[in-house]
Ligand binder design. Structure first.
Ligand code: SAH
Length: 233
């Protein structure tokens, strides 16, 4: 019996260290959350938990996966980028996601922001204008089991009318102005976060709130995003 226990413990230790080695990315994620996200003032528990859960290294090219948890955006091909982790966390926290929510994202890119939202809310709809990115992100999200995310190829300017209204809308490309269809598709009491300004310069991250049918906007911080393009650009 004693022998069996010692054997059992050895097996446990062996498995324990294996899983630790295999999950060094989990340690990198914990560090990312502590040093880049909590340290800069993000406090929403659901957001922090989602950032610690989503395996960001699957959303970048294999050659960049060792850099996935760095404090910076990374290229995802087609001239586009996956945002810096802190910006993803900031945009997630600010829309106040709740489990029963339905969220629209414009600019699926790698699919990472959609995955973070999908950890928290019931339904995520995301639109991507670059077809190969729409295909790749849909594939990664499916492979990782995010079956509450739907990816569509198209111009996000028009939103996703047959799934509207949305509790929140997250726009991850810089628009010259807030597309009116997105304001229309925002629920009463809903929140939209969108970088607004010239694609060539620093933009303002704006919070748009719809209250009693009125639209209120507030600038939150300067940011740099890739441009919001149009289908006929
Ligand atoms: N949320 C992404 C960030 C991608 S960068 C992520 O987590 O990886 C922004 C993306 O917006 C790019 O992939 C770009 O192709 C896309 N985009 C730009 N204009 C768009 C539009 N009008 N409709 C949909 N997607 C758009």
């Amino acid at each position: 019996m004693a022998k069996l226990c010692i054997f059992g413990m050895a097996v446990l230790c062996l498995f324990g260290s294996w899983s630790l080695a295999g999950d060094s990315n989990a340690a990198l994620r914990e560090r990312m959350v502590d040093q880049q996200i909590k340290a800069r003032g993000i406090t929403d528990e659901a957001t922090l938990k989602a950032m610690a859960a989503v395996e960001r290294h699957h959303f970048v090219d294999g050659r960049l996966s060792a850099r996935a948890y760095e404090d910076r955006p990374l290229p995802i091909g087609h001239g586009q980028t996956i945002s810096q982790p802190y910006i993803v966390a900031f945009m997630t926290e600010i829309v106040k996601p709740k489990p029963e929510h339905r969220v629209l994202e414009i600019g699926a890119g790698s699919g990472y922001q959609a995955a973070v939202l999908a950890e928290i809310v019931d339904e995520v709809y995301t639109i991507e204008i670059v077809e190969p990115l729409a295909e790749t992100s849909a594939g990664v999200l499916q492979r990782l089991g995010y079956d509450n995310v739907e990816v569509r190829h198209g111009d996000g300017y028009y939103g996703w009318e047959d799934k509207a209204p949305f509790d929140s809308i997250v726009v991850t490309a810089a628009a010259e102005y807030i597309p009116p269809p997105l304001i229309e598709q925002l629920k009463e009491g809903g929140r939209m976060i969108i970088p607004v300004g010239s694609p060539l310069r620093t933009q303002q991250l704006m919070l748009v709130e719809k209250r009693d049918g009125e639209v209120q906007t507030r600038s939150l911080m300067p940011v740099r995003f890739v441009p919001f393009t149009r289908a006929d650009d």
